[in-house]
Write a protein that binds this ligand. Structure first.
Ligand SMILES: [Zn+2]
Length: 160
């Protein structure tokens, strides 16, 4: 599987480690959008598109996010701490929509995105890179690409 195109949409949100959204094309015919570029403690990494996990209110059957304290539909009080925990003991609130199934594939996707991001940053003068941008590499977001919303992985601290 070849990565045939990477498009970067840089974002600047004060206080956030999110740096960009990436849209990646595989084999010239399959597109995954909403991949996040995050500036972590050990450098840039990617987060695959994900969605919030929901469960259903026992009273009315309405869907609610796992951190919701009250049902959106009937207002009933919901059980706190009902999200499953991961190995590190953190509540699992999101699930990937699309993701690689082995570390090698993740690494290839991450390298391609970080490279494209660095080149995009280079153009704006924000983060100089020693690499020359490849000719023909498009860095503009796809027309109609969804850059807002979609995902809320980053509100896990403020969502309560
Ligand atoms: Zn309810």
């Amino acid at each position: 599987m070849e990565i045939t195109d990477v498009r970067i949409k840089r974002v600047v949100i004060k206080g956030e480690k999110l740096r960009a959204f990436a849209t990646v094309t595989f084999d010239g015919e399959f597109v995954v959008s909403d991949i996040k570029v995050i500036d972590g403690a050990n450098g840039l990494f990617i987060a695959m598109p994900s969605r919030k996990i929901t469960d259903r209110c026992s009273g009315c059957g309405g869907k609610n996010h796992l951190r919701a304290k009250f049902c959106n539909d009937c207002g009933a009080k919901l059980a706190p701490e009902r999200a499953a925990k991961d190995a590190a003991g953190r509540a699992k609130l999101h699930v990937d929509i699309a993701h690689p199934i082995n570390p090698e594939c993740r690494q290839r996707i991450q390298e391609a995105i970080v490279k494209a991001y660095s080149e995009a940053a280079d153009e704006s003068g924000a983060a100089p890179s020693e690499e020359e941008p490849e000719p023909g590499n498009r860095r503009d977001p796809a027309p109609g690409a969804q850059m807002e919303g979609g995902d809320d992985t980053f509100d896990r601290e403020i969502f309560s």
